[in-house]
Design a binder for this molecule. Sequence first.
Ligand code: B3K
Ligand code: ZN
Length: 880
Amino acid sequence: MKTDEPKKIYLQDYRPPDFEVQKVDLHFDLYEDFCRVQSTLRIRRLGTVRDLVLDGIDLQLEKITVDRKPWPSARYHISPESLTLDDVPDQFTLETVVKIFPDKNTDLEGLYRSGPMFCTQCEPQGFRKITYYLDRPDSMSQFTVTVAADKKKYPILLSNGNRAEQKDLPDGRHQVTWEDPFKKPAYLFALVAGDLGVIHDSFTTFSEKKIGLEIYAPHGQQERCWHAMECLKKAMKWDEERFGREYDLTAYLIVAVDDFNAGAMENKGLNIFNSRLVLADPISATDSDYFNIESVIAHEYFHNWTGNRVTLRDWFELSLKEGLTVFRDQEFSMDVGSRAVVRIESVNDLRQKQFSEDAGPNAHPIRPESCYAVDNFFTPTIYEKGAEVIRMMQTMVGRPGFRKGMDLYFSRYDGQAVTIEDFAQAIADANEQHWDQFQLWYSQAGTPTVTVEEDYDPVKKSYHLTLRQSCGPSPGQVVKKPFLIPLLIGLLRKDGSEVNLRHPDVTVNSEGQKILYLRDPEKTLLFHDLPEKPVLSLNRQFSAPVHLQWRATDEELLHLLAYDSDDFNRWEAGQILATQNLLVLTQAAQAGRSHAVSPALLAGLQKVLDNRSDPALQAMILQLPEDSYLVQMQAVLHAPAMSAARVQLELGIANGLQTLLRETYENLNGKNPHSRDPLDFGRRHLKNTALFYLSFLPGGADLAFKQFQQAKIMTDRQAALQALCDSESSLREQALQEFRDQWKNDTLVLNKWFALQASSRRRQTFSDVVKLWDHVDFNKKNPNRVYSLLWRFGENIPCFHDPTQPTYEFFADKIIEIDRYNPQVATRLSGSFNLWVKLPTTQKASAGRALQKMLRSNLSKNTYEIVSKALKAEDMAPTI
Ligand code: B3K
Ligand code: ZN
């Protein structure tokens, strides 16, 4: 499977399937060291092609019959990735029996073992590691599945759909049969076998159907599943109310698994989840764990309609289900929590991960046109930028119009495998729109920049606003056409009130939002009758995923921070002030000059902290932009200078605002620790943000240690430990030791212990990471553990890019090692090298050598794709 130059696949090569599988019958006989899979497929020819080619990898074929007669060996051929039957009848029943070895499956794709249980992960192409099949999303079929295993070891046997039959077998074995009445592609197949704990509940749908809800987890862990259960019911209700979608089977099952490459998987009726996104109690999970569980439980549930009932024609269309479902889960989180805060969190995430991907060597359009490994499509661009594009559609037609479009989409395409274009057409048709230009968002990569120029004439009382758009080159796309960019807009007066905007080019959508459409490379608008220069509030709610280049004055930004009715843009004003200051401080540190912390920023933050409004929003405003966002504004990545600038600003804020920070901390510390009310989430976030700044001041480590020891919930304990982890205090070691001793038997909590150390900004972090790789609690086969240590370290810009340490060499060696047994994990880690082209010369050469070494190491096609593209980004890739 490993090759030097893997084969690329292309969207333009898509052809509809030559055969249809009308019915699938699977029988699994699970044993400790192997599994026998008997598959009976009812197959019909669709076109004129005579030979049937089925996908299959690492399968030992034991039997093959056509219409119950042995199929002669001269008439079939096995290759490493397929089985071809020559000249098959027009319609026939194919039976195959294969032997597979879940125990030896280390890439966690297909059927594999996690501890004592068996489970599956088939998206995107894992099913071909289970049996020979047409493993492509547009091949949809009805599945009946029987699972047989030892009854004592595996009392729970699960698959998709409804339970049909259960019976005992000789030799202490038993079997359960599942029938899924809905046609589905193979990537939604799932199987679980094990001895598990379970909690039960039910949900009654709007047409009064009672659905049984079951969440399974390793014995002893099931009581930690109640939060997930509540989230599931909330999501089911929300999808009925907001999108009119009702659940369609009699049961909905979720299983928590410790070894899982991704976060979760939406298999029809049987979701399989990484246990970190199911299990929670206040002692061991933070508020943000609770939030993530809510959002991912909802996300997987929403896939039942967007992904499962209406699925993908091919993998290049992945964003059709992922972008749309992320959009739906974001809307859900916004409806059940605070709209502004959730929006800010999503945008923060988008800018850190997707914007940097879009600016780097692995940039690709939302609908890519080629790839080496389909596994690599699960990117922030497909997910998060895909969701932004759907959000723009909703902004353009308003919520009621968007709902009409969604209704049309479901009624047109239920039970079918379709494309991104089909979706956009349904939304446009329902709203009588023409979106040819808008669809460029799907085919052109890169983040557009919108430059703003303002000109106010006090005599004529007129205000000119000129907007220009541009988008730099992306791999394979040098020149871009102008995008259709919907920008929500407002103008503020000096007293903070809003100008009643009237302009022929500003339209109002059904929610009363004012939208300015930028269609051309440049546009100028003229506003009359303005007695004073207004303060511009553009791209409210981050209505379009663009960089805004706007030379606002400090006064204007402070005005927005204080008065904008759009909370997103209040936060954004603070971020711009902080970004500008951090960039100047970085330049100064690089040049060995000194520069002051921005008094305007301090004044703005002081006002925010003083004015007791929404604590969650206050906390978000107080947080500085992340390094991964700041790097995008810089031509060269000087990690030590960036790090010095950040420390200087953080210290400046801590010193400048210390009285207010202390007051805030003392007012909020210890209040309602067990409340799960979003307001209390916000209060704790603000309190812990205050602690973060206070920990820089004399006595700060003691304060953090005190909170660490007295904390009743993980949110407070982790925040305190994080502050200590960044410090040089002797209390650091003590706290880390205590934490480990307390949680050494809880894998999820111990991941936090690894992650906090790998994310620490101390100089010694690299040597800590090297030691932690050999720590007795480290397990390189468990994806969560590897991500906690290595992925966190790779994202830790000051430490990963510390020019004084051999970080790249170490990291590359680990990627090569992991790639041998789990390519998906290795691929994710290799993304940390994407910034290498921005490094100063000597460092760039060293990162280049590490990339070259990886490329020579017979990588999997997954990792090869990321590494080779990273290297291609540099015309002058260093040679060795
Ligand atoms: N569809 C899954 C992703 C599976 C990842 C496969 N490598 C989770 C989700 O997006 O809902
Ligand atoms: Zn998804």
